[in-house]
Design a protein around this ligand. Structure first.
Ligand code: NOJ
Length: 579
């Protein structure tokens, strides 16, 4: 691979340390050999590294899968498209009358409502070193940081989607799913995050998008789903630095320019609360930073808002008809008691979760009050020009709305928490629980223990949808851009027949979609849904142990199988969508 770059500062990794005192100076080119300094931190070096060097030095060997060229799709056997037997309550198999279960004639999904499935590059693609891809921070986190992925697994092969995307698209099309949301791997397109562009990656995504279109599946593209090019992290701290703004915007420019005539729906970043919460990254694997640990997520958030809004405005200037938004996440927040303190805690929770990104973009270009009074102690406030740039830069409220939580004030009280930066709940100063105030019943059935944040709480969805519409008033409506549940202990099931019947996930989709139908009938403009996920995949620090797929993937053979939930999901649209 011909790409090389200059790395400005070398870091200690778990296996190598390169210092200015290296006994083999030929390996570095020191900018100014006669420079003297008494501050070791000021010693920096320029070192030319190829993509291959980045892999070797920072990640080490990666594994590859036996299928390593693009697979042509095989016809989807009609036997695999027969709906499953009824669950503990009847569903609506196409063409079948179900006793005791009638269609609710006052519910309907409008004709324009889109429904699909979602995945993300690092979680599904595999082929991490193929065709010029540069490493991302997740290659380091999964390969080098002991225990960061609890199962010690990596995304090296994942679902081998990089080679099997045609089959994957054919399968969802055969189910009747009309939308596929995926993310681009930034470090495939720009192996160093900025600089030289990798044409092979562009050709790959050309074909992925064209394949969707040829199957009548609408492609939706997310630019950034957590796999930050490693080089940007090590050059300037990634999202911690404002230097990311031009780099992200340039990356967005490449994508918009290439695909804006084929892709209408774009998401700039996925769940910034979560990826900004990755900071501080584990020590000694990435470039060091002086920013205090608890402040790092907010520096990240600041630069996300600047990057997103710059990309939004650029995208609109390239093609004003595009729909561009970011995907946020959070959950419905229910006061645990009717005390004034819990009401205040609920507002803090909205402000520190959804509001962190939604208020600036949907309301006024700035942070919500509870968050603002915290971040203004260390962040340079947005200028008026920046506020203007940020305000209005989401076309839809694209929310990954999996669940709900009870919220309560900290035991010590909110004020005491705000005044004490070492309080465990500082700076947000609210508590979250899944238990009703009787401390006995949970809000609903629990998902897999590997996703303790997620319970089935679909009864709260109509209230949540109303809240989103009423609070942030999105121009083009609300979309649920991820929802789904990890079936408890699914990984322990060893035989196919038991794996593919997933009753909790099936009930979740059916009840969630019923809740959306209720909200629509009450006037909420819900415009689309994306089920997470197209199939089981690399669930980040949980590895492959936690399953969210509506398809099972045998990771040894890479064969895919539909689960019952896939049929439940599609069936709700077969029954309720206007033809
Ligand atoms: C949201 C994230 O976007 C996705 O990457 C993750 O796998 C799911 N939640 C499930 O945790």
């Amino acid at each position: 691979m011909a790409f090389t770059t200059v790395i400005a500062l070398l870091l200690a990794t778990s296996s190598i340390v390169v210092s200015q005192n290296s006994s083999s100076p030929s390996s570095t080119s020191v900018a100014n050999a006669s420079q003297t300094s008494s501050a070791p931190a000021s010693f920096v070096t320029n070192l030319e590294l190829s993509v291959e060097d980045l892999w070797d030095l920072y990640v080490g060997p990666v594994s590859t899968f036996s299928i390593n060229t693009t697979v042509q799709p095989t016809p989807i056997p009609s036997s695999s498209l027969i709906p499953p037997p009824s669950l503990y309550y009847p569903s609506f198999p196409t063409g079948q009358q179900v006793p005791l279960q009638s269609k609710n004639e006052s519910w309907r999904f409008p004709k324009t409502f889109w429904y699909g499935v979602a995945g993300a590059s690092y979680q599904i693609e595999g082929a991490v070193k193929a065709e010029g891809r540069g490493p991302s921070i997740w290659d380091v986190l999964s390969h080098r940081v002991p225990g960061y992925v609890i199962t010690n697994e990596t995304g090296d092969n994942a679902d081998n989607n990089y080679y099997m995307y045609k089959e994957d698209i054919a399968r969802i099309a055969a189910l009747g799913i009309k939308t596929y949301s995926f993310s681009l791997s930034w470090s495939r397109i720009l192996p160093f995050g900025s600089g030289p562009v990798n044409e092979q990656a562009l050709l790959h995504y050309d074909d992925l998008i064209d394949t969707c279109i040829s199957y009548g599946v609408t492609p939706m593209v997310t630019l950034y789903h957590w796999d930050l090019p490693l080089f940007l992290q090590n050059s300037y701290g990634g999202w911690l630095s404002e230097k990311i703004v031009p780099d992200f915007t340039e990356y967005a420019r490449i994508a918009f320019t290439r695909w804006s005539s084929k892709v209408h729906y774009w998401f700039t970043v996925n769940e910034p609360i979560v990826f900004c919460g990755f900071y501080p990254l584990p020590e000694n694997f990435f470039k060091k930073t002086d920013i205090p640990k608890k402040q790092q997520p907010y520096f990240c958030g600041h630069n996300v808002l600047l990057s997103h809004s710059a990309a939004y405005r650029l995208g609109k200037s390239i093609n004003s008809s595009l729909s561009i938004s970011f995907k946020t996440n959070g959950g419905y927040k229910i006061p645990r008691t009717d005390s004034a303190a819990d009401a205040q805690a609920v507002q803090r929770a909205w402000d520190f979760q959804e509001g962190w990104f939604a208020n600036p973009t949907f309301l006024n270009g700035d942070y919500p009050p509870n968050l603002k009074s915290h971040v203004e102690t260390f962040l340079t406030p947005f200028t008026d020009a920046q506020k203007e740039q940020i305000n209005g830069t989401c076309d839809i409220f694209a929310h990954d709305a999996y669940t709900s939580d009870f919220i309560e004030a900290p035991e010590s009280g909110i004020e005491a928490c705000i005044a004490n930066s070492s309080h465990t709940l500082f700076p947000s100063c609210y508590n979250t629980t899944k238990l009703y105030a009787n401390n006995y019943w949970a809000i609903g059935p629990a998902s897999d223990p590997g996703s303790p944040w997620l319970y089935k709480a679909t009864d709260w969805v109509p209230a949540f949808l109303h809240y989103m519409q009423d609070t942030w008033k999105p121009r083009d409506g609300v979309a649920i851009t991820e929802f789904g549940i990890s079936e408890p202990y699914e990984e322990l099931r060893t035989n196919l027949a038991s794996i593919v019947i997933d009753p909790l996930r099936s009930a979740y989709y059916r009840d969630y979609l019923s809740a959306i139908l209720i909200a629509i009938s009450e006037g909420v403009n819900v415009v689309g849904t994306l089920a997470w996920s197209i199939y089981d995949n690399m669930e980040w620090s949980q590895g492959y142990s936690v399953k969210f797929g509506i398809q099972y993937v045998n990771l040894t053979t890479q064969e895919r199988y539909f689960k019952a939930s896939a049929f439940e999901y599609v069936n709700m649209f077969n029954v309720y969508q206007e033809k």
